[in-house]
Design a protein around this ligand. Sequence first.
Ligand SMILES: [Fe+2]
Length: 142
Amino acid sequence: MLKWSPDLSVGVPEIDDQHKLLADRANLLFEKLPGSSPELVLDAFSFFESFIATHFETEASYMDSPAGAAYKNAPSHKAIHERFLNEFREYRQEMEQGATDQYFVFELTRWITDWYTEHINTVDKELGEALRAFETSKKRQR
Ligand SMILES: [Fe+2]
């Protein structure tokens, strides 16, 4: 079970809100995985994938905004997002080929759970810091 907590805040409300929703969407997927019909599981996969793709676009638009100009790790951050989506699609393919045993469910759940916490705590927080530093410097100039 994935849970957002205040210590995962990156200090940008829109990103934090999406991270909270992301945990909900991931939990929906985890719930559907064991025992649901293949159609329902596939729906949950698509739902999660489109949500996280949209979320990555939101983060990318922050990186591409004037506020993100000071953030030097945009290319590697975007590449990490891309890798996540590719790996997620590989899991989905495996699932479509019938891999829904306990081991598969365990692996996928663990991967997403670890990734979520690790990613937010490292690169997303770094991005949040750069965005907030920009806001602070703007305020000082006023
Ligand atoms: Fe990110």
